[in-house]
Ligand binder design. Structure first.
Ligand SMILES: Nc1ncnc2c1ncn2[C@@H]1O[C@H](COP(=O)(O)OP(=O)(O)OP(=O)(O)O)[C@@H](O)[C@H]1O
Length: 242
């Protein structure tokens, strides 16, 4: 396996609070890795540093041996890192199709015109939203806005996709579809870092998990082993899970 993403000693301090404290792990190409931990343990802050939204206080992020730390979010996106947000970010007054076309125009492939339109439709098809292509984005349900945000992220043809609780709030049928979708991305060689509290999804999707607590990594290993780890159960999953 080839190491694609390497996170070393990643640290973020907000004033006196060390939100992320020396986090180190790497991901191979095509791996789907769960990043777990209780609320406030620092997971989103890790994603924010990997995607360049926040500069780390210390530590580095490398993609394919190239340092991302210090680059702007836009540059990092152009290098192949895409993400979704816990609270979806869309262009509300544009159509669903235009939202994805915009991601293509400003993404690393810089596609325009009918090529962009065809590609956008293919991405919407992939996330099950092709029939809503002409709808104004703000009229979509929250779940469909999440789907559209994923289509925008996929339009960037990412090497690494950071999903921040993308499966949260889905009903059981939608969850099944969402899990299959994320699994298909891994199978296509997209490396996925999944911040998620939905344990059925984590078990179904992640061969490996990294668990954080109070900014630190407390476990990193095969999902079954990590979820049975006494410290992970104590800090995150709770006794009823064990
Ligand atoms: N911009 C910020 N300024 C100050 N403190 C912040 C900032 N962003 C996050 N924090 C704090 O850093 C800590 C880690 O937050 P973070 O959102 O990364 O946790 P999380 O594990 O993603 O939580 P959740 O599962 O609830 O999304 C929290 O104590 C949070 O209040």
């Amino acid at each position: 396996m080839t190491t694609l993403l390497e996170i070393s000693g990643l640290t973020k301090q907000f004033g006196g609070l060390t939100a992320v404290d020396g986090v180190t792990f790497s991901m191979d190409k095509g791996e789907v890795v769960g990043l777990l931990g209780p609320n406030g343990s620092g997971k989103t802050t890790v994603l924010n540093m990997v995607s360049g939204l926040l500069p780390p206080t210390r530590g580095t992020v490398m993609l394919n041996g190239e340092t991302l730390t210090g680059l702007s979010p836009n540059r990092i996106a152009l290098k192949g890192v895409a993400r979704t947000f816990q609270l979806v970010r869309i262009l509300p007054s544009l159509s669903v199709l235009e939202n994805v076309v915009a991601a293509l125009a400003f993404g690393r492939r810089r596609l325009w015109g009918t090529v962009a339109r065809d590609e956008a439709l293919a991405r919407l098809e992939q996330v099950g939203l092709a029939d809503r292509a002409d709808e104004t984005a703000e009229r979509l349900t929250y779940i469909d806005q999440k789907r559209m945000e994923l289509a925008r992220a996929l339009a960037a043809d990412p090497a690494v996709l950071l999903l921040d609780e993308w499966l949260a709030g889905l009903n059981p049928t939608e969850l099944r579809i969402g899990i299959d979708l994320v699994a298909s991305l891994g199978e296509r060689g997209v490396t996925v870092l999944l911040v998620e509290h939905v344990m059925d999804a984590v078990r179904a999707l992640c061969g490996r998990c990294v668990v954080m607590n109070a900014g630190k990594t407390i476990a990193d290993g095969r999902t079954a082993d990590v979820l049975a780890d006494a410290e992970v159960v104590r800090a995150y999953l709770g006794a009823e899970h064990a």
